[in-house]
Design a protein around this ligand. Structure first.
Ligand SMILES: [Fe+2]
Ligand SMILES: [Fe+2]
Length: 350
């Protein structure tokens, strides 16, 4: 715990003491609760609890055997991305987000998110163990962040943004706070909101062709979690914007656009790698358009004008299952049992 004249021992415990969300410290006061929305998000996340054991990936093995070589290549690259993606997100949460979002109810949500990222890591570990029985191939998949250029580039993007604020122990200055906001926006909009959404599109594309329903059913859970992680992060951004509007200016907006444009390029390069053997029913041009469409939606969530004006070329990503939507917060496990092929509910905002 750091000490400064403004915050002795870095701790704020007085119930009447007011501070801003990004002011340094470890606020411990849950009553009166300053950000009840964050607490509501924590409770909503708990209603979406699931376990890896509920998803039977073995049902996919027969499908894997009948994939074309081009589709097999796509799946092997996809699982290689999944091998480390959530661990990177979890690391940023621990190293950066938890430290600087100074609200105990906000930290409750982040604790819950960390648990969910751990479940995702376990899910993808299970996926690789099931899909890639050959030990040497599996080692290669886990080393993809170093060995497969299209995945290494995405990892480098993530690590650069983790490092950008890693040395910051306290957000004292305007520049510190803007740097932190860019890190937060990067992980929500570019990594969870674009890299992962891009990956989900391949899963739902395969499901639309009648393939890999086990993976799709697990992805439905991960998808919901990621949507909520993103929504929380944007809620933090909105809260900071209300408290410190001067942090958000044209320069910041341009930095967000530049960051998203780079993320789109990283993801297009990944798509070029996945699709380079010619996957019937999905082209690189379509994937680029889809990624640009998603990037524009992220900008909209941040109150920034769209950059691309691209539409969504993938009808299978727009499927809405009213039944699942209505059950979303009721924890009807039966709707998600293996073999059920109902589509995930896609909130328009995402
Ligand atoms: Fe995750
Ligand atoms: Fe996440």
């Amino acid at each position: 715990m750091t000490t400064s004249p403004e915050s002795p021992a870095g701790i704020r415990t007085g119930a009447g003491e007011r501070h801003l969300l990004l002011d340094p410290g470890m606020d411990l006061t849950l009553r009166p609760m300053r950000y009840p929305r964050f607490f509501d998000r924590f409770k909503d996340a708990i209603k979406n609890t699931w376990s890896v054991e509920e998803v039977d990936l073995h049902s996919d093995l027969a499908d894997l055997a009948k994939l074309s070589p081009a589709e097999q290549h796509l799946v092997s690259r996809l699982v290689a991305f999944f091998a480390t993606g959530d661990t990177i997100v979890a690391n940023n949460l621990v190293l950066n987000l938890y430290q600087h979002v100074n609200s105990p109810e906000g930290r409750l949500y982040l604790s819950r998110q960390l648990f969910e990222e751990a479940v995702h890591v376990q899910f993808y570990l299970n996926l690789l163990d099931t899909y890639v029985p050959d030990e040497k191939e599996r080692f290669e998949a886990f080393a993809a962040v170093e060995n497969i250029p299209s995945i290494a580039r995405k990892a480098e993007f993530c690590f650069r943004w983790i490092d950008s604020v890693f040395e910051l122990r306290e957000l004292r200055t305007r520049d510190d706070r803007r740097a932190f906001l860019l890190n937060l926006i990067c992980f929500a909009a570019c990594i969870e909101g674009l890299f992962f959404y891009g990956a989900f599109a391949y899963v739902y594309f395969l499901r639309s062709r009648g393939l890999l329903h086990g993976l799709a059913s697990g992805t439905n859970w991960v998808f919901r979690d990621e949507s909520m992680h993103m929504a929380f992060a944007f809620d933090v951004v909105d809260t900071v914007r209300a408290e410190e509007p001067d942090l958000f200016d044209a320069e910041m907006e341009q930095q967000v656009k530049d960051m998203l444009a780079e993320a789109v390029e990283c993801e297009v390069q990944f798509a070029a790698d996945l699709l380079d053997q010619g996957v019937s029913g999905m082209s690189l041009a379509q994937m680029r358009e889809y990624l640009q469409h998603v990037a524009d939606r992220r900008l909209a969530m941040l109150g920034i004008e769209p950059m691309y004006g691209s539409g969504n070329p993938f009808a299978f990503m727009e499927l809405q299952d009213v039944q699942e939507l209505s059950n979303f917060f009721e924890r009807r496990v039966s709707a998600y049992q293996v073999g059920v092929t109902g589509s995930v509910s896609f909130d328009d905002d995402f």
